[in-house]
Design a protein around this ligand. Structure first.
Ligand code: DMJ
Length: 634
C-alpha cells in the first residue's frame, strides 16, 4: 500500500511532468521540423493542400455559416429570413439581388439590383435593402435561373415616403414607414399563420401567401402616369410598358378570327379601351383598331327588330342569339351606345351611331316598363320585352340606367328622351325598390318580381351611388345626391360586415326591426369576383364631396383585397367565400375588370390631382374607359 502523496510531491510531480512534457514537446517540435525539412517540395505542397482542405470543410460544416453561404434550400425560407433586418447600404454599393429578393424589394419600393431590370433603377445613395441581399455577391449562386421580372413602375419612380396609408392619414415619414402596419384581425380567424417581423407581417392561408408589406403601394404621380388630356405626350414612367403594349396591338392584335364574341363585352372592354387609348395618346393606330372591331361587331344589329343579337362572329361577319333563346339582355343592348356613338364622331361615319340610337329609340317607347324600370330581357325578333314584371338594378339591367345618364352627358345634355327616361327610372327605384333595413335603417335597393318585393341586392347595384352623384353634379335634383350618400353607406356595410372585409356577390337585407343581423348572405352568394362598383362609387363621391372617409373606406377595401385575394406569384384572384378569412377559397381566376376598372378607380380615388380625367370633360364607360364629353354644338 502506498502512502498518500504529499502536497509538495504532487507539486513536484506536476512541475516535473510539465518540465518533461515541455522538454518532450520541444523535442517533438524539433524532430517535426527536422522531418518537415527532410520532405521533398512536392510532399510539402501535398501536406499543405490537405490541411487547407480540412480547414475549409471544417468551416463549411459549421451550421450558421452553412446556412448563409451554402445551400439555400427553400426560396420562401430565404425571403422570410430577409425580413428580419433592414440595414443601410453605403452610397455606391451595388447589391446584386436574387430574383426573389429583387422582386420583393421592388414590391416594397426599396432598391433592387440590376436583375430586376433597368426600370427599377440602380441603388443610388443610401437605400435600405434586406441584409442577405449582399450575400449572393460574396458567393454567387450560379444555379439561380435568371428570371426576367416585370418592373413595378408605379413604385420605382418615387418611393412615396410621405404617402403611405389611407390618404387622409398620409404624412411625411422615414423609409421604415414604407412597411405596412399590422391590420386589426377579423373575428373568427384561427388558422391563419402570421409572423410579425417588426412592422411587417406575413399572412398565409391555404393556397396563397400574402405578404403584407407587398400591400398597396401609395398612389403614383397621377399627372405623370396618365396623360391628363387627349393627345398628351408627356414622358411617363409607364412608357416602356406602353410601348410594349402598343407594339403588341400593332403586330399581334387581329380581329380577323373565326370566333364568337359577346357584343356587349367586346364593346365595353375592347372598343371602349381602344377609343379611350386613342384619346389619351392621339395615336391613330388605336382609332384604326377601334374602327376595325366596331365594323366587325355591326352584324349583330342586323335583326328583324333592330335589337342586336348577343353574339357576333368577328371573322365571318355573322351574328346570332344564345342557342336557347332569341332574347337579348336589356343591359347589354342598351350599354354599347357611348362607344358606337363616339366611333361615329371620330370616323365621321354615321352607321355606328345610327344602329345604337335606334335601340334607344325603340326602348324609350316600349311598353312593359314600370315607372321607368325595365325588365331584363328583350326579344330580337319582336323587339318586345320578355319575362315582364321582374325588375332589378342588378345583373341584366344595371348599365341601362347608367348609360341613360352618361349618354345624356356625353351628348352635351341635349337629348331629352334620355334624361326623361333616367329621371323616371330614379323615381321608379324610389317607388318600388328602395327600402330600409329594420335594425339600423340602412337604405338599399331590392328587386321586384310579379309585385313581390325581394330584399336582395347584387353588389353590381353599387354602381348606383356613383351614377346618382354624377347626375346631381350635372344639375339633377339634390335628393339624388342624398340618396347616393345613403346607398354608399350600404355598399360600404356590405364590405365591413363580412369577416374578410370584402363584399359578397349578393346580400339579403333584413327588414325586421329587432331581428338579428343587418344583412345575410346565402352560401351560393358568398363569392367575390374583385368587382369594381363600390370603388367606382367611392371615387365619384370623393370627387364631388371631398370627404376623406370615402378614401378611407376604399383604402380598407384595398387592404382586404391585398390580404385575401393577392397571389404571391402575381395578380389577384376571385375567392369563394368572403365569410371565411381562414379559407376564402381562391379560384385562380382574375377578371379583366379588376385591372380595367377596380384598380383604375382605386388609382383615381387616391389621386391628389382633383382634375385627373375631369368628370366635366370625360364620361367613363361601364368598363371605366374615359371617353370625352362632346363639345357643345355651336
Ligand atoms: C363590368 O364588366 C361592367 O361594369 C358591367 O357593366 C357590369 N359589371 C362588370 C364588373 O362587375
Amino acid at each position: 500500500m502506498y502512502p498518500p502523496p504529499r502536497k509538495d510531491f504532487i507539486s513536484l510531480t506536476l512541475s516535473d511532468q510539465h518540465s518533461r512534457s515541455y522538454n518532450n514537446g520541444k523535442h517533438r517540435r524539433q524532430s517535426c521540423l527536422r522531418k518537415w525539412k527532410q520532405l521533398s517540395r512536392l510532399q510539402r505542397s501535398l501536406v499543405l493542400f490537405l490541411l487547407g482542405l480540412l480547414l475549409i470543410c471544417g468551416l463549411l460544416s459549421y451550421p450558421g455559416l452553412s446556412r448563409q453561404w451554402g445551400d439555400v434550400p427553400d426560396r420562401e425560407d430565404w425571403v422570410e429570413l430577409d425580413d428580419r433586418e433592414l440595414r443601410p447600404v453605403p452610397p455606391g454599393a451595388n447589391p446584386v439581388a436574387g430574383p426573389a429578393v429583387g422582386a420583393r424589394a421592388a414590391a416594397v419600393g426599396l432598391a433592387a439590383g440590376p436583375e430586376v431590370g433597368p426600370a427599377l433603377g440602380p441603388a443610388a445613395g443610401p437605400v435600405l435593402i434586406p441584409v442577405p441581399e449582399i450575400i449572393p455577391e460574396i458567393i454567387p449562386e450560379p444555379q439561380k435561373p435568371k428570371v426576367l421580372l416585370l418592373p413595378k413602375p408605379l413604385v420605382k419612380k418615387r418611393p412615396f415616403l410621405n404617402k403611405r396609408g389611407p390618404p387622409s392619414q398620409q404624412r411625411a415619414g422615414n423609409a421604415s414607414e414604407l412597411l405596412v402596419r399590422k391590420q386589426p384581425e377579423p373575428p373568427g380567424k384561427t388558422e391563419e399563420v402570421e409572423e410579425e417581423k417588426g412592422d411587417k407581417q406575413l399572412v398565409s392561408w391555404r393556397g396563397a401567401m400574402i405578404e403584407a408589406d407587398q400591400a398597396t403601394e401609395a398612389p403614383p404621380s397621377p399627372e405623370r402616369d396618365i396623360p391628363a388630356s387627349p393627345g398628351a405626350k408627356d414622358a411617363s414612367p409607364l412608357e416602356p410598358e406602353f410601348a410594349e403594349a402598343r407594339n403588341w396591338v400593332e403586330t399581334e392584335l387581329s380581329f380577323s378570327k373565326d370566333v364568337d364574341v359577346n357584343l356587349f363585352e367586346s364593346t365595353i372592354r375592347i372598343l371602349g379601351g381602344l377609343l379611350s387609348t386613342y384619346h389619351l395618346t392621339g395615336d391613330q393606330l388605336f382609332l384604326d383598331k377601334a374602327t376595325d372591331i366596331g365594323t366587325r361587331l355591326m352584324p349583330a344589329f342586323k335583326t328583324p327588330s333592330k335589337i342586336p343579337f348577343s353574339d357576333v362572329n368577328l371573322g365571318k361577319g355573322s351574328a346570332h342569339p344564345p342557342r336557347w333563346t332569341a332574347d337579348s339582355t336589356v343591359a347589354e343592348v342598351t350599354s354599347v351606345q357611348l362607344e358606337f356613338r363616339e366611333l361615329s364622331r371620330l370616323t365621321q361615319d354615321p352607321q355606328y351611331q345610327e344602329v345604337v340610337n335606334e335601340v334607344m329609340r325603340l326602348v324609350h317607347k316600349l311598353p312593359g316598363k314600370r315607372d321607368g324600370l325595365v325588365p331584363m330581357f328583350i326579344n330580337t325578333n319582336s323587339g318586345q320585352f320578355t319575362h315582364k314584371g321582374a325588375f332589378t338594378l342588378g345583373a341584366r339591367a344595371d348599365s341601362y340606367y347608367e348609360y341613360l345618364l352618361k349618354q345624356w352627358i356625353q351628348g352635351g345634355k341635349t337629348e331629352n328622351d334620355l334624361l326623361e327616361d333616367y329621371l323616371q327610372a330614379v323615381e321608379g327605384v324610389k317607388k318600388h325598390l328602395l327600402k330600409q333595413t329594420g335594425p339600423s335603417r340602412l337604405t338599399f335597393v331590392g328587386e321586384m318580381s310579379q309585385n313581390r318585393f325581394n330584399p336582395k341586392m347584387d353588389h353590381l347595384v353599387c354602381f348606383l351611388p356613383g351614377t346618382l352623384a354624377l347626375g346631381a353634379h350635372n344639375g339633377l335634383p339634390t335628393e339624388h345626391m342624398e340618396l347616393a350618400l345613403q346607398l354608399m353607406e350600404t355598399c360600404h356595410q356590405m364590405y365591413v360586415q363580412m369577416e374578410t372585409g370584402l363584399s359578397p356577390e349578393i346580400a339579403h337585407f333584413n327588414l325586421q326591426p329587432h331581428d338579428g343581423r343587418e344583412l345575410d348572405v346565402k352560401p351560393a352568394d358568398r363569392h367575390n369576383l374583385l368587382r369594381p362598383e363600390t370603388v367606382e362609387s367611392l371615387f365619384y363621391l370623393h370627387r364631388f364631396t371631398q370627404d376623406s372617409k370615402y378614401r378611407d373606406w376604399g383604402w380598407d377595401i384595398l387592404q382586404s383585397f391585398n390580404k385575401y385575394t393577392r397571389v404571391p406569384s402575381g395578380g389577384y384572384t376571385s375567392i369563394n367565400n368572403v365569410r371565411d378569412p381562414v379559407n376564402p377559397g381562391p379560384r385562380d381566376k382574375m377578371e379583366s375588370f379588376f385591372l380595367g376598372e377596380t384598380l383604375k378607380y382605386f388609382y383615381l380615388l387616391f389621386s391628389d390631382e382633383p382634375d385627373l380625367l375631369s368628370l366635366d370633360k370625360y364620361v367613363f364607360n361601364t368598363e371605366a374607359h374615359p371617353l370625352p364629353i362632346w363639345p357643345s354644338a355651336p
